[in-house]
Ligand binder design. Structure first.
Ligand SMILES: [Zn+2]
Length: 260
């Protein structure tokens, strides 16, 4: 599922669309248009114009339109981006039955013959004009130690739930949260506000390292914990059987021995 590392790959791919004139807009799925948007309105906003900038906040990809609004793209659980027929991420988890043009929910054609498409089997993503960027917290790749401290301070919510709260810190999804908490040796269910200053610093260090390393490896599913998500998983560090719980509404794997 696309977390911020995947959407960052999509952003790099989307950079290829900048400056190209849009000659057609495909919006066949009204469900996929969010915030009251209609096919006619998105066509009016994009036709004859071009994208001037690619941006990302958390899991939200933004393409600014020359003389117009920003196009916000969300990828949900199964969304992917294709530009000129090429995907940013082509891996096994996107099996062939997930790679069918009939899943194209939105797209534009350029006057040079190329195209951009959003392909989303489960339709949990969407497209919006001028999405409210202020509803998102600071991007996880940009958050500093003091920022992370402020996100956690005084909160009784489980640590993992706070990290998943996109209004507090944007971009961390289920896999990244479990991986960074496992690396940092912190129990996902602990109250967020209970971390000591040293623990917050440790978490921040592992947050950065997790994003850097998994980004370099190819995505949020490339964590050290990943192969152990499932029945009979054991901690790769100390061999303890992992606990499987629901924390923050999400299936959570953690080590009862070294995550405290
Ligand atoms: Zn362990």
């Amino acid at each position: 599922m696309p977390e911020m590392l995947e959407v960052e790959e999509y952003r790099r791919l989307a950079a290829r669309t900048l400056g190209r004139t849009i000659r057609a807009v495909h919006a066949p799925d009204a469900w996929f248009l969010k915030g009251g948007l209609t096919a006619g309105a998105v066509s009016d906003a994009l036709l004859g114009r071009s994208f001037t900038a690619d941006r990302r906040i958390g899991k939200l990809l933004l393409l600014d339109v020359a003389g117009g609004p920003s196009l916000g793209l969300r990828f949900g659980m199964t969304g992917r981006l294709l530009v000129d027929g090429q995907a940013a991420i082509d891996r096994l988890e996107y099996s062939s039955d997930r790679n069918d043009p009939k899943w194209d929910r939105f797209g534009v054609d350029f006057d040079d013959g190329g195209a951009m498409r959003m392909r989303d089997p489960r339709r949990l993503g969407g497209v919006e004009l001028d999405p409210d960027e202020h509803r998102l917290g600071v991007d996880a790749a940009a958050i500093g130690g003091a920022g992370l401290r402020d996100v956690l301070a005084g909160s009784e919510a489980p640590l993992k739930a706070r990290l998943l709260d996109q209004a507090r810190v944007a971009g961390i999804g289920n896999l990244l949260a479990d991986e960074m908490l496992w690396r940092a040796g912190l129990d996902p269910a602990r109250p967020a506000g209970s971390l000591s200053p040293a623990e917050v610093r440790r978490l921040h260090r592992h947050l950065r390292a997790t994003l850097d390393e998994l980004g370099a490896r190819g995505g949020s599913h490339m964590g050290d914990l990943q192969d152990m998500r499932g029945q009979d998983g054991i901690c790769p560090r100390d061999g303890t059987p992992l606990s499987r719980r629901t924390v923050g509404g999400r299936t959570t794997y953690s080590c009862p021995k070294h995550q405290r």
